[in-house]
Structure formats: C-alpha cells, structure tokens
Design a protein around this ligand. Structure first.
Ligand code: GLN
Length: 245
C-alpha cells in the first residue's frame, strides 16, 4: 500500500519535501504535533537551522521529540536532510547542542563556510544508478566519521567549495581527509548533507520511500567500486533555495 510520509514542519523547506513525495504518488503530511506521528509510515526532517531545533527540543522536552525517538526506536524510517542530519547525529563536532543522537555519525556543521559559500555540484551515488545527482549544499554539514553499521552512500571532494578544506579545518586535516561523507544510511536512518528536494530529480526520495515500503532497492551499480568524486563547483543559482532554508 502506498505510504504516508510525514515532514517535520517546525522550520525549514517543508513544502519542497512534500512536493517531492507527492510527485512520487505518495501522501505527505506536515507534522507539528506528536499525535500526528501516528498516521505516518516514515518521517523527513528537513533542512533549517539545527540550533533552533535544539532550542525547541529544550523548550518542549515532552512532546514531539520523544515521539520521534520512539518512532526511530520502533525501526520506522527517518530521513534527515542537512539540518536533519545534524539533528540525527550522535556527535556534533565542538557542540553539545540538543539532538536526537540516533545515528552513529560525527558531523561538522557549516562545513563549507557561510551561506554565501553555498554551492552545487554533481555526485556519484552508486545506489541511485549511474547518472550523477545534482547536489545543492546550503551551509551544509559533512560527516567526518561513521560507525561500523553505517553505509556510506556518497562522498564529496574535501577541496570543494570556496574554502577548499572545510571551514573547521584542523592544521593536519589535509592528511586526514581527501573527501567527506555527504550521504549515509544506518538501518532505518538516512541522511544527506545536500538538498534533493530543491531539484526535480526524485531518486533520493524514491530511495527513502522504498525503505519505508520495504520495496526492492534500486540495483547497486558499483557498491564495491570506489565512490568517484566530482570537482566541479558552482554558486547556487536558485535564490528561492537560499531563502527557504
Ligand atoms: N547550517 C545549518 C545548521 O547548522 C544547516 C543548514 C541547512 O539545513 N541547510 O543547522
């Protein structure tokens, strides 16, 4: 049966995620209250600002966030884009801000610098097929490290963006990282540092729906092959995109 996907609607680019879900013929519900979670099969946590959501967590300790934790513990699928990936992470570099701490990843916020250093590039994501994905990064995070149970789905060249090595670079970081993880999955949790909802390529949402509905996943093209990285980088052209997240 076609699933219903909730989109957490406390902030961020909610409408764009709903549009992508509906384009794939599924129902999208904007989630503001804990009780609405009963009616959904999967949840998307959109991009936005993680310090704001952290503050909301502190102000509403009992309601929606506990329900989301229960949802995750019950094995229900959750997809976090950008801020959503920060909120799902167990560890945030240099920060104790509130989070769900559900996924075994360590993230670096604002990894490519401030908003004006946002960019788009193409990524090879083998699980989604041979055609590269156009990935829009808006003050996005990167995943610095991931635990054993985490499947790395896409990486970006560490020298991408206007700052080259990412903003929080340690002096010896050049030796540590050639690339950063920007999409990953751990069981029922999926994260991406970029924003597929701002494009008309629905493959990432399709992948998530397949997780939710237990459908066969797209054929792996090169799971064992090294993930290629693109060096192309250009400023984000979509001003709407910048305004909405
Ligand atoms: N920079 C934001 C944060 O740290 C994330 C930006 C986004 O979600 N587009 O929370």
């Amino acid at each position: 049966m076609a699933s219903t996907i909730g989109v957490l609607s406390l902030q961020g680019d909610v409408a764009e995620h709903c549009r992508s879900i509906e384009a794939l013929g599924r129902r999208a519900i904007q989630i503001r209250y804990a009780r609405q979670m009963d009616g959904v099969d999967g949840l998307i946590i959109p991009g936005g600002e993680s310090t704001t959501i952290a503050k909301l967590t502190a102000d509403n300790p009992d309601a929606i966030f506990d329900r989301i934790r229960e949802f995750i513990d019950a094995g229900k699928p959750v997809y976090g884009t950008c801020m959503g990936s920060i909120f799902l992470a167990k560890e945030i570099e240099g920060s104790a801000q509130g989070r769900l701490a559900a996924m075994d990843i360590k993230v670096r916020r604002n990894a490519f610098g401030p908003q004006r250093f946002s960019f788009e590039t193409t990524l090879q994501i083998p699980v989604l097929g041979e055609d590269p994905v156009n990935a829009i990064f808006i003050r996005g995070p990167v995943i610095l490290s991931a635990g054993e149970g985490v499947e790395v789905m896409a990486r970006v060249d560490a020298n991408i963006g206007r700052l080259g090595k990412t903003a929080g670079s340690l002096p010896d970081e050049a030796a540590l990282y050639d690339s950063y993880i920007v999409m990953a999955r751990q069981n029922n949790l999926l994260v991406s540092s970029f924003h597929p909802e701002l494009t008309d390529d629905y493959r990432v949402h399709d992948y998530f729906i397949r997780m939710v509905e237990g459908l066969e996943l797209p054929k792996y093209f090169a799971q064992t092959a090294k993930l290629e990285q693109s060096k192309a980088s250009s400023p984000v052209s979509n001003q709407m995109a910048l305004a909405s997240v």
